[in-house]
Write a protein that binds this ligand. Structure first.
Ligand code: SF4
Length: 448
C-alpha cells in the first residue's frame, strides 16, 4: 500500500515537471547564436517592459549569463518569472518570427530563463537602495505590480511598506499560475530579491476604505495594486454543491500542499475558455483525473485562451464541449454529479457574438468536480468606498497611463485592479514601473 502511494506521488510529481526545461550552457550559446541582432529589434518593441532582448542574448553568446540577467532585471525585476509564464509566442517571439527571415523564432523565453536562473542560483541580488529621501510610500497588495513599484521606489531611496491581505507575497505569480509552469520556490526567489532592498512587508493585513484613507494621510503617496477578487459566479443552481470549485482555489492548492494531497475529481468539468481554464484543466489531468472536459459557451474561434495554451491542453487529452452553456450543476446527496448544459448557436465565430440557445438540446456531462473559470471580479466594495476614485465601466481604476496617477490626490494604481482583463504578469510589472516613476516625479516636485 505504502509503495503504491509512493508510486502515485512520484507519478504526479513527474506530471508537474517543467513544461519548458532549462537550457544547458551550450544549448543557450547555440540558441543565442541564431539571433540576428536586428536593428530596432521588433522583439524588444513587443515586450511590455522593453527588455533589451538582443543585448541580453549577445551577453549569453559571449558566455556572460550574469551580465545578461542584469540586463533583463534592469527592465523587468520579474524576468525569471516572465520567462516562464509570458505568452512569448504572441509577444517577443511572435514579433521575431513575423519580422525576420528566421524559420522559427529565437527561443527568447528560454534564453531569458537561462540567464535569470543562473543569477538566482548564484543568489545575486544586484540592487541596493538609493540614498534615503525620508519619503514614505505605502503599497497595497504584494503582487507583481506592487512589488515592482516597491523595488523601483527603493532604488530611488524612498521608504516603502507593503500591506498584503494574504499569507504569501507575489500574488497570482506565486500562487495563481499552474505549478507545472512556475514553482512556488522560484516565484519566491524573485520576491525575496525585492524584499532584500529593505521593503517592509506586512502580510495578513487587509486594507479597507477607512484604512486606505488613513494611509493616504500618513504616507507621502499610496500605490494601489490589490488585483481582483473572487472568480465570477456561474449564476446557476447547484453552485453550493460539494465538488464545485473556483479555478484559482483549485490552482492555489498545487502551490500550498504536496501535489499528492491535492484534491481532484475522477471526472472533472471546467467551465470557461480562458487561459486559467486551460491551467485548471491541465492541472486536473496531471493530478490524476480520469477525464477532464472544458465546457465553453462559444466555439473554438471565439475562445480567449492563447493558441499555445489550447494546443498544450489538447495534447493532455482534455476534451472540449463547444457551444455548451451551463444551466445547472446536477447534484445527489449534496454532491455534484454532473453539469447540465444547453447547446448554443452563435451569430459569428468571434468573441462577443450574439448567442442563442438551441431548443431541446440540453445534455449532461457527468462530473464529480466542477471548476468555475470565468475570470475574476473586481474588488468593487473597496474601490467604490474610496471617495472621488474614478472607475471605468468594468469597475477598474482609471489611471493616467504615463504616471499611474488616479483621480485621488497622492493615490496611484497599477496591476489588474487598473488594467483591462487578460493582462499578463509582464504588463503588471510595467504598470508598477510606471507608478513608481509617477510617484517619484510627484515626490521630487513636492517640497516638504
Ligand atoms: Fe534576435 Fe529575433 Fe529579436 Fe531579431 S527579433 S533581435 S532575431 S530575437
Amino acid at each position: 500500500m505504502a509503495s503504491e502511494a509512493g508510486t502515485k506521488s512520484r507519478r504526479i510529481e513527474s506530471n508537474f515537471a517543467d513544461v519548458h526545461p532549462a537550457l544547458t550552457d551550450d544549448e543557450a550559446v547555440a540558441e543565442a547564436s541564431r539571433c540576428l541582432y536586428c536593428y530596432d529589434a521588433p522583439c524588444m518593441r513587443a515586450c511590455p517592459t522593453r527588455i533589451d532582448i538582443p543585448g541580453f542574448i549577445r551577453q549569453i553568446l559571449h558566455r556572460n549569463p550574469i551580465g545578461s540577467a542584469r540586463t533583463i532585471l534592469d527592465a523587468n525585476i520579474f524576468g525569471g518569472s516572465c520567462a516562464r509564464v509570458c505568452p512569448t509566442d504572441v509577444l517577443c517571439e511572435g514579433a521575431c518570427v513575423d519580422n525576420t527571415l528566421l524559420k522559427a523564432p529565437v527561443q527568447i523565453g528560454r534564453l531569458q530563463r537561462f540567464a535569470c536562473d543562473t543569477a538566482a542560483e548564484a543568489s545575486l541580488g544586484f540592487y541596493s537602495p538609493g540614498a534615503a529621501t525620508r519619503r514614505r510610500v505605502a503599497v497595497i497588495g504584494a503582487g507583481p505590480a506592487g512589488l515592482t513599484c516597491a523595488h523601483e521606489l527603493r532604488k530611488r531611496g524612498h521608504d516603502v511598506t507593503i500591506y498584503e491581505a494574504g499569507k504569501v507575497a507575489g500574488g497570482l505569480n506565486t500562487l495563481g499560475i499552474a505549478a507545472y509552469k512556475i514553482t512556488t520556490d522560484f516565484a519566491l526567489t524573485e520576491v525575496n530579491r525585492i524584499l532584500a532592498m529593505g521593503v517592509v512587508l506586512r502580510l495578513n493585513t487587509p486594507v479597507d476604505g477607512t484604512r486606505l484613507a488613513s494611509l493616504l494621510s500618513e504616507y507621502d503617496a499610496v500605490f494601489l495594486s490589490i488585483g481582483l477578487g473572487r472568480t465570477a459566479p456561474l449564476d446557476i443552481p447547484g453552485e453550493k454543491l460539494k465538488g464545485v470549485w473556483e479555478s484559482l482555489e483549485f490552482i492555489f492548492q498545487t502551490h500550498t500542499k504536496p501535489l499528492a494531497k491535492c484534491k481532484v475529481g475522477r471526472r472533472v468539468v471546467v467551465v470557461g475558455g480562458g487561459n486559467t481554464a486551460m491551467d485548471a484543466a491541465n492541472a486536473a489531468i496531471k493530478l490524476g483525473a480520469e477525464s477532464v472536459t472544458i465546457a465553453y459557451r462559444r466555439d473554438r474561434g471565439a475562445m480567449p485562451a492563447f493558441d499555445h495554451e489550447y494546443d498544450y491542453t489538447i495534447g493532455n487529452a482534455v476534451q472540449f464541449e463547444w457551444n455548451a452553456r451551463p444551466v445547472r450543476i446536477v447534484g445527489k446527496g449534496g454532491k455534484a454529479i454532473g453539469l447540465r448544459c444547453i447547446r448554443t448557436r452563435q451569430s459569428k465565430s468571434q468573441r462577443g457574438a450574439k448567442l442563442t440557445d438551441v431548443p431541446k438540446s440540453e445534455f449532461t456531462i457527468p462530473a464529480d468536480m466542477v471548476i468555475k473559470a470565468l475570470g475574476q471580479e473586481p474588488l468593487a466594495d473597496l474601490l467604490t468606498s474610496i471617495p472621488k476614485l474614478k472607475l471605468n465601466r468594468k469597475r477598474r481604476i482609471v489611471i493616467d497611463p504615463t504616471t499611474g496617477a488616479t483621480s485621488v490626490p497622492k493615490l496611484f494604481a497599477g496591476g489588474d485592479c487598473a488594467l483591462t482583463p487578460m493582462e499578463e504578469v509582464v504588463s503588471a510589472v510595467q504598470s508598477g514601473k510606471v507608478g513608481a516613476a509617477g510617484i517619484h516625479a510627484m515626490l521630487s516636485e513636492v517640497k516638504r
